[in-house]
Design a protein around this ligand. Sequence first.
Ligand code: AVJ
Ligand code: FE
Length: 365
Amino acid sequence: MSPSELAAALERARRRTEDLLEPLSDEQLTQQFSPLQSPLVWDLAHIGHFEELWLLRQVGGRSAVSPEYDELYDAFAHARGDRARLPILPPQAARAYVRDVREAVLELLPDLSRENGDPLLSEGFVVGMVVQHELQHTETMAQTLALAGLARRPSVMVGVSGEVTVPSGPFTLGSTVPWAYDNERPAHDVELPQFRIDRTLVTNRDYAGFVDAGGYSDRSVWSVEGWEWRESEHAEGPLFWDPGAQPDAPVEHVSFHEAEAYARWMGKRLPTEVEWEKAAKTVPGELEHMTGAVWQWTSSAFGGYPGFRAFPYAEYSEAFFGDEYRVLRGGSWSTDPLVARPTFRNWDLPQRRQIFSGLRCAGDV
Ligand code: AVJ
Ligand code: FE
């Protein structure tokens, strides 16, 4: 990839970061709005640190800007809720840090667009990884702003109904695009029996039907873990769900447990992530809001495809493989199209609902 193509992708991500943070005061940038989220100024410097680590140090061979940053901005070192108490950079210094890193990166672009057999540099992969990292953190920051009541949400409405039957047969799961993550590889053929999938997302009106019918006290529609979660934390019902929200807008901020219970209450189920991707790839014209509205919970646990190899670091995907996390597909109103590929795999804990999450139902034929 040419230096100017790489520069454009970097610039696109930075524009999103700046648009999001520009209207905020220093106090809003440093505030801990929720224990589930970092202070925004942590995300900002973490974006710069990731860029420094991979582009300036790993590829460019530069030494560290500051030895303290490796620990302060390591996402595994401290819980999100503890980060405001760390000696992190204040807003002005964080801005200067990410600006300086970016300036040095732009000077390094001819090296970053070189093909020398290193898979990190192949078709600009490592720059693509840094760009997608920044774009994913802009969504994380938008979640923080949503919790603080400061998000600028576009209005998205549902316009179709019904379901489609996806015929049985093989399709190719996963991606071969140059900037795909390790968890989307290797692409491989999968054979699925036929299934049904809804043409659109569950709306606030649909979800209100479930709430009003006593869905939160109907034990039969909740899984064992879902009921435990429901009883331990949320006896009163939906927390983030806004009953005053537009009836025709997709329901947003539901947890996996809630999504699963809703689908069962409807006599349906969540799609597996493989079904979701097959539908996206084989009948895209039949389906509304596969991306651009809300992330869609699937019934699948997050794991590696057959032949998975961690690349270039195990902490992106592999560290989260196992029974704990559930996969979400699609992309929300806050997800940049550069990230929201039909093969992109997002994941979170089944109780989480500060993310922009909703659902689309599926069923057997
Ligand atoms: C893919 C959205 C689950 O935010 O934890 C950001 C993305 N990885 N920095 C996350 C990510 C490293 C990741 N998700
Ligand atoms: Fe990160």
